[in-house]
Write a protein that binds this ligand. Structure first.
Ligand code: ADP
Ligand code: MG
Length: 271
């Protein structure tokens, strides 16, 4: 469980990026954090693995105060895939990048090799095994960062803008990975501008603006609230837009894309 207790954070340059954040995220939850540029999303998630410590208030991860826990202790539990892969990748080659965390956390050699091989295959990176991570494309770098974090199997996974630079197939695969992790009881936190990616997952949605949480509710309810959408600079998912143009109201507030398609087809056929 992750708990923020009245957390305020001010950067050394005087910018206050978080203001009195109170938040609880339970084990096994999927949470999407959205909001405009500079809203404080990245600052918030950096508090969960102790990279940043609150100026006021406290953050607890499974009861552990991030102020007193070591970064190693926290990162064993909390894996973050950062927005910019260039800030995360540092190894000689792709294989070593995935090995690094595993070695650090003391996994035995045979497990390390198994996990590295599995990750390379799963994330379509096998052919780059001996290549420098810096040679990869933006999207490949992001996949490598995810592979490296998933390899040590943290119970909380945080993804900062994971769909940037990914094509349709890769996004679908990412969506499947997220669902798989949830079935394993992991907590998944996604920071994203990509509403079309987020919405079909139907997460709990937290909207941030100017360092505060201005909404926290199931995603299907968020898009009913026009003033909130404006305030948060959100764009409605295309499906929601479509319902409105067709002047139809689904019997459930907002089902996922697949259900919506079936429902719309039946409506058109007059059933
Ligand atoms: N390292 C930093 N030093 C100083 N100010 C920062 C730093 N990182 C972010 N900020 C400022 O903190 C605020 C929140 O930034 P950030 O958490 O990155 O927002 P988001 O991820 O929602 O775009 C912004 O005003 C930003 O300019
Ligand atoms: Mg950010």
């Amino acid at each position: 469980m992750i708990t923020f207790e009245s957390v305020t954070y001010t950067y050394p340059n005087g910018i206050t990026a978080l203001r009195e954040i109170n938040l609880q995220i339970n084990d096994g939850e999927m949470v999407a954090i959205v909001g405009g540029n500079g809203a404080g999303k990245t600052t918030l998630i950096r508090h969960i693995n102790g990279l940043l410590k609150p100026s006021i208030g406290r953050v607890l991860v499974d009861g552990l105060d991030t102020r007193s826990a070591s970064v190693a202790q926290l990162s064993r539990k909390v894996g973050i895939v950062f927005q910019n892969p260039d800030h995360q990748l540092f190894s000689e080659n792709v294989e070593d990048e995935i090995k690094f965390g595993l070695k650090n956390f003391g996994f035995p050699e045979d497990i390390i090799n198994k996990r590295v091989n599995w990750s390379l295959k799963f994330f379509d990176l096998e052919e780059y095994r001996k290549l420098s991570p810096l040679m990869l494309s933006g999207g490949e770098k992001k996949r490598l960062c995810l592979a490296a974090v998933l390899a040590w199997d943290p119970k909380i996974l945080i993804l900062d803008e994971p769909t940037v630079g990914q094509d349709f197939i890769q996004k679908e695969r990412l969506s499947q990975i997220i669902k798989m992790l949830l079935t394993q009881g992991k907590t998944v936190i996604i920071v994203s501008h990509d509403i079309e990616f987020i919405w079909p997952l139907q997460p709990r949605m937290i909207i941030m603006s100017a360092g505060r949480i201005i909404a926290d509710s199931p995603s299907e309810l968020i898009f009913n609230n026009i003033s909130l959408i404006k305030e948060a600079h959100l764009i409605k998912p295309q499906l929601v837009e479509l319902y409105e143009r067709l002047r139809v109201k689904p019997n459930k507030p907002f089902p996922n894309v697949y259900e919506a398609r079936v429902w719309l087809m039946n409506k058109i056929r007059g059933r």
